[in-house]
Design a protein around this ligand. Sequence first.
Ligand SMILES: C=C(O[C@@H]1C=C(C(=O)O)C=C[C@H]1O)C(=O)O
Length: 130
Amino acid sequence: MPENPADAVRPADAADAPARPMPSEILGLRASIDNIDSALVHLLAERFKMTQRVGELKAVGGLPPADPSRDRQQIDRLKGIASGAGLDPEFAEQFRNFIVSEVIRHHERIAAEHAAGRRKGELPPLDTYS
Ligand SMILES: C=C(O[C@@H]1C=C(C(=O)O)C=C[C@H]1O)C(=O)O
């Protein structure tokens, strides 16, 4: 048992570091970072609602989960936006690919469930494809 019981719960790498006060500017920046992270999660949740619906419509319409021409268009567009915004365009592309790979996984599952007849009644009626 350590002399000071509080030492028992301190992480090993912090054990011999002197406790330093956190500068208030960092605390203010962290509050904004938390707000931004919250907004990102909400935005992603809304995006996945939209892509879920696209996946259902594709399954009903017999369209493949992935759409390479749409992918190309999105990547070119986002890289341009990233450059203008001061964000590394390669990072923007990888971030987009990370999200879309999850979307494709969802679409494949929806298509498989549709093909197996397990989603009848859950899928939306097919609107028109022009
Ligand atoms: C959502 C779609 O399906 C896939 C996912 C995409 C996305 O998450 O933005 C884009 C293209 C497709 O690879 C779509 O075709 O619009």
